[in-house]
Design a protein around this ligand. Structure first.
Ligand code: F6R
Length: 242
């Protein structure tokens, strides 16, 4: 595992951009796994800027997002569909048919999850998966206690996660109770992982992820077992490391 520590969020985001941009240039039809949340926003802004400067071509890039809330239509301002189009996809030349997110509105969630996994296999697996980490150590919506071998499925959000995400919904009550999420086993099959963490609120989870024993109670600890995991931290997220 490679861990890099940066003075601040902007330099961390710049490094994430360099890594993703290099992959897109080297492999124009690469498969990228995207995350939502605040942390990758600096990266997404830079990807848009890189596209506008003519440095990046997304026409052949294929994407898969980690997760989506159950019960929110794609048009809902807090859906992850909306987040991705708003912050990235609508600003670049991505082919909409190459964009994949779980659909939180389907009737048969189990069949949909199997279909999602099948789509990832069909394109030959994810080349680079961008990840954030929850303050409770969750990875995607794999909350503490999730099976380390899990596949894409429906998960109940923990109280801690609903509290952390209440800032986007106005209240904890308004945060959906379930999400469809790639499993930990699914994430671990990506060829490379790029995990970003910024800010003091992540420091304990980051310490557990990097220095703690591997445990389903801190799902992010699984990255210790990935052959090509690259972790980018800012000083604050790294502040509890030994
Ligand atoms: C989002 C996701 C989550 C976030 C995590 C950190 O797709 O999978 O696991 O990465 O909750 O969120 P932020 O970046 O908002 O702190």
């Amino acid at each position: 595992m490679l861990v890099e520590i940066f003075p601040d969020y902007e330099t961390l985001s710049e490094r994430a951009y360099e890594l993703v941009a290099t992959l897109i240039r080297r492999k124009p039809n690469c498969v990228l796994g995207f995350a939502t949340g605040s942390t990758p926003l600096g990266l997404y802004r830079r990807l848009v800027e890189g596209y506008r400067r003519g440095e990046l071509d997304f026409s052949k890039v294929v994407t898969f997002n980690l997760d989506e809330y159950v019960g929110l239509p794609p048009s809902h301002p807090q859906s992850y569909h909306h987040f991705m189009w708003e912050n990235l996809f609508q600003h670049i030349n991505i082919n909409p048919s190459n964009v994949h997110l779980p659909n939180g509105m389907v009737d048969d969630i189990e069949a949909h999850c199997d279909w999602y996994e099948e789509q990832i296999r069909r394109v030959g697996d994810i080349d680079l998966q961008i990840l954030g980490i929850g303050p409770n150590g969750h990875l995607a919506f794999n909350e503490p206690g999730s099976s380390l071998g899990s596949r894409t499925r429906i998960k109940t959000l923990s109280r801690a996660t609903r509290r952390a995400n209440a800032r986007f919904f106005g209240s904890e009550e308004a945060v959906p109770r379930h999400a469809i999420t790639m499993g930990i086993g699914t994430i671990m099959e990506a060829r490379r992982l790029l995990l970003l963490a910024s800010g003091r609120a992540k420091a304990r989870a980051v310490r557990a992820m990097l220095e703690g024993p591997i445990s389903a109670m801190v799902p992010a600890t699984i990255v210790q077992l990935h052959r090509y995991a690259h972790v980018l931290l800012d000083k604050e997220a790294a502040s509890e490391l030994a």
